[in-house]
Design a protein around this ligand. Structure first.
Ligand code: PMP
Length: 361
């Protein structure tokens, strides 16, 4: 039949709907639905944007060299092996466009981040979902699912929305075990929240088949600016740069990111405060009979007795102006993902969950 049709498989992609930010009729919404930094961006980032705002008629740097150097300085990485994108989402898409396609397979995990599957399907590849073990990525299951058609293996570490992570030895076992045709992509969007963890940087330095993606959207508080980066073997960086648009990252964004990453005192404050309130929130929820796995990121996956209970709690929270994230689309219908906010927000959400559990709804 004649007509304008998208490529095969595109209409099978489920629409990704981002976390809500408004509640009708409520003005002071507490937004704990998108894993944003409750303290916002560094003041230095805001200042940097003000400095360059009058130049918005100019195209931005096309090689992002200043930002790549700032990232390299911060993490001890070779700037030549870094690529910047409009969020790590864009780096994930580049990887799929460049390495996957019709007839190939892309592995993602059971409760893994939605964009791994979406980008694989957008590239025409077959997404292969691999079961986790009690909401933790299973290296054995991934290795068993690999075939000669596997091109990419996505593992978010820490994972979203579970908040769990696997150790470096497990990542290394994965890198050793995947087929030669495949790249292990360690999606490290939340790595900065984990004390002493390099996000897989060393593995991506040493191995020809390991790539790491990172973001400024979480700890650095720049979700609205859309800036992420990837790091790995020079060969992969050279491939990805061929499909990257020359001006894929906006000038204001580059300025904000560079200033943010250099403001180490601010970053440290945000990290410490997140760890403190994450522990507090986990305990407060447990006291109200809501269990969660020990989270390593900036959110907690709160587990309820049933889907109906999780949905009713979400509805109650919304009615009180608190937004959290339903995780039904992640195969976790009985849970709600709650971003660790500032102290007042954490106290508020815990109090409301307590009220809900006590039957005041
Ligand atoms: N990976 C994971 C695991 C995430 O949770 C997110 C954000 N939700 C991203 C990647 C993408 O983040 P961004 O595009 O904002 O860098």
């Amino acid at each position: 039949m004649a007509g304008i049709e998208p490529q095969p498989g595109i209409m099978d992609i489920e629409l990704y709907v981002g976390g809500a930010s408004h509640v009708a009729g409520v003005s002071n919404v507490i937004k704990l639905s998108s894993n944003e930094n409750p303290f916002g961006p560094s003041p230095a980032a805001q200042e940097a944007v003000r400095r360059v705002v009058h130049e918005m008629h100019r195209y931005p740097s096309s090689d992002h060299s200043a930002l790549r150097e700032a990232i390299g300085d911060t993490w001890g990485l070779d700037p030549k092996r870094i690529i910047c994108g409009a969020g790590s989402d864009e780096i994930i898409a580049f990887l799929c466009q460049a390495y996957a396609g019709p007839g190939t397979e892309v592995i993602h995990t059971e409760h893994g981040f939605a964009m791994h599957k979406i980008s694989a399907m957008a590239a025409g590849a077959t997404p292969v979902e691999v079961a986790e073990q009690d909401r933790v990525v299973s290296v054995d299951n991934i290795l068993a699912a690999c075939t000669e058609r596997t091109r990419l293996v996505f593992v978010a570490n820490p994972a979203n929305p579970t908040g769990t992570m696997i150790g470096l030895a497990e990542l290394e076992r994965l890198a050793n075990g995947i087929p030669e045709s495949a790249i292990l992509v360690i999606d490290s969007a939340y790595a900065e929240y984990v004390e002493g963890y390099d996000g897989g940087a060393k593995l991506a330095t040493d191995r020809p088949n390991v790539f790491m993606t990172r973001t400024f959207s979480k700890l650095y508080g720049l979700g609205g600016m859309r800036i992420g980066w990837g790091y790995g073997p020079q060969e992969i960086i050279d491939v990805l740069n061929r499909i990257r648009g020359p001006f894929n990252v906006a000038a204001l964004t580059l300025a904000a990111a560079e200033a943010s990453i250099r403001d180490t005192a601010y970053v440290e404050k945000c990290r410490t405060e997140n760890a403190r309130m994450r522990a507090w929130l986990g305990e407060a929820l447990a006291e109200h009979g809501v269990s969660s796995d020990a989270s390593t990121a900036n959110f907690i996956l709160a587990r309820f007795g049933s889907q109906a209970e999780a949905e009713a709690c979400d509805t109650y929270l919304q009615s009180q102006g608190v937004l959290v994230r339903r995780t039904t689309g992640y195969g976790l219908p009985h849970a709600l993902r709650i971003t660790v906010g500032d102290e007042a927000s954490c106290r508020r959400v815990a109090h409301l969950v307590g009220q809900f559990k006590a039957g005041a709804r």
